[in-house]
Design a protein around this ligand. Structure first.
Ligand code: AMP
Ligand code: MG
Length: 378
């Protein structure tokens, strides 16, 4: 077990215990945002036949005077022309045998003959050519390409099922009255939504009280590919996730040099990977963005790294990378950032009032006017 590791090293440790993805074949229409599990090659040449790029006439470029002898709409078999003949042709229709050029409809039948208005068989793709590779995220454009290549179904990685368990005696689900000392449970809501965003299936488990027995029972009841817990990983008397993982699980790391989000842990419970996230709502959210998402789905990053000019000063953290919440906007050609709400790790509103975080290296503050690295999450 390692402790107080850098973010990069924490990710490396977690990556030694990856999720096992299986492959499923799904209808291409349902493939948006899914991760391709195998390379895809074209079943056909694209285009499959020489065809016209314009509406006009298919002609022989050497002819000067032409007579129209027929019409070829798109979707019909190819015809044939001889000396002095022209065929009315529509965009996408096959070029008649004997024709080597297109006269566009605007120019009239004896207008200029363009050889470059013929789209040649296979000029975009050759049959058997691989254009999409395993690991790529399916997007509207890749889906369209897969259809062009003749694929009705595609092999994609099965969505991993990730259990989400919040721990804490003080937590009450919204919809119930708060009694003294209680707060609304919010982390499981955010974590489930984050999981959906990166293509996983969240498996919600009801809040578990702070007890070794309750937690052990909950963990043993799960049927999932990985587990996310929230709360109970710090130094407190009742931080039972850490205690249980130390005593009965297999702990790989505990504590990461980041603020907020210092005390996360990673290990396995009966062979199932488990991320123990801190309970403070900003911390659990940021640890998910920095560690869990890159571990589960590196293809769908939740943040974009940018350089930004600070308009307000921001304080770093001793020995830790500091993620201050900032509001990023454009100012002319430049990205600039300000800070607004208070930055406590318990204040989830700070993640909503801002759209990014600083990436201040350990022991580094930034003054107004400094250009720093930041992560943009909206
Ligand atoms: P812990 O990590 O369990 O020590 O919790 C740290 C802080 O986060 C405490 O103030 C908890 O009340 C709060 N907290 C823990 N879990 C949640 C949760 N699921 N939703 C909202 N706040 C939480
Ligand atoms: Mg707690």
């Amino acid at each position: 077990m390692e402790t107080f590791v850098t973010i990069e090293h924490a990710l490396q440790i977690a990556q030694h215990t990856p999720i096992q993805y299986s492959t499923e074949w799904i209808q291409l229409r349902g493939a948006n945002n899914r991760i391709l599990a195998e390379d895809l090659s074209s079943k056909v040449d694209d285009p499959p036949f020489d065809n016209s790029a314009m509406d006009g006439w298919a002609v022989r470029s050497i002819d000067e005077n032409r007579v129209e002898v027929g019409i070829t709409p798109a979707g019909t078999p190819s015809t044939e022309i001889h000396q002095g003949e022209a065929i009315r042709i529509m965009t996408g229709a096959p070029i008649p045998k004997g024709a080597d050029a297109i006269v566009i409809v605007e120019d009239g039948i004896n207008g200029k003959a363009h050889t470059n208005f013929i789209r040649r068989r296979g000029e975009n793709l050759r049959k058997g050519e691989i254009t999409l590779t395993a690991g790529q995220v399916m997007t509207p454009a890749t889906i369209s390409l897969a259809a062009t290549m003749g694929h009705e179904t595609v092999p994609v990685c099965s969505k991993p099922r990730i259990a989400v368990i919040s721990t804490g005696d003080e937590l009450v689900t919204p919809g119930h009255e708060l009694k003294e000392g209680q707060i609304y449970e919010s982390n499981s809501y955010g974590l489930c939504a984050l999981l959906e965003k990166i293509g996983c299936i969240p498996v919600y488990h009801k809040v578990v009280e702070d007890s070794l027995g309750g937690l052990r029972k909950a963990l043993n009841s799960l049927d999932c590919d990985a587990i996310l817990t929230s709360g109970g990983v710090s130094m407190g008397e009742f931080d039972y996730v850490r205690k249980l993982m130390e005593e009965e699980g297999d702990l790989h790391f505990w504590k990461v040099a980041m603020r907020p989000g210092g005390p996360p842990l990673f290990g396995t419970w009966n062979g199932t990977p488990l991320f123990g996230l801190p309970g403070n709502p900003v911390s659990s959210h940021l640890v998910f963005m920095m560690l869990v998402a890159p571990w589960l789905s590196p293809e769908t990053p939740l943040t974009k790294t940018i350089r930004v000019r600070m308009k307000d000063p921001v304080k770093g953290a001793p020995g830790k990378v500091c993620f201050r919440r900032i509001l990023i906007s454009t100012d002319g050609d430049e990205l600039v950032a300000t800070t607004h709400t208070h930055q406590g790790s318990g204040n989830i509103h700070s993640m909503v009032a801002h759209n990014g975080v600083t990436v201040l290296p350990p022991d580094t503050d930034a003054d107004a006017g400094d250009v720093i690295t930041a992560l943009w999450y909206q």
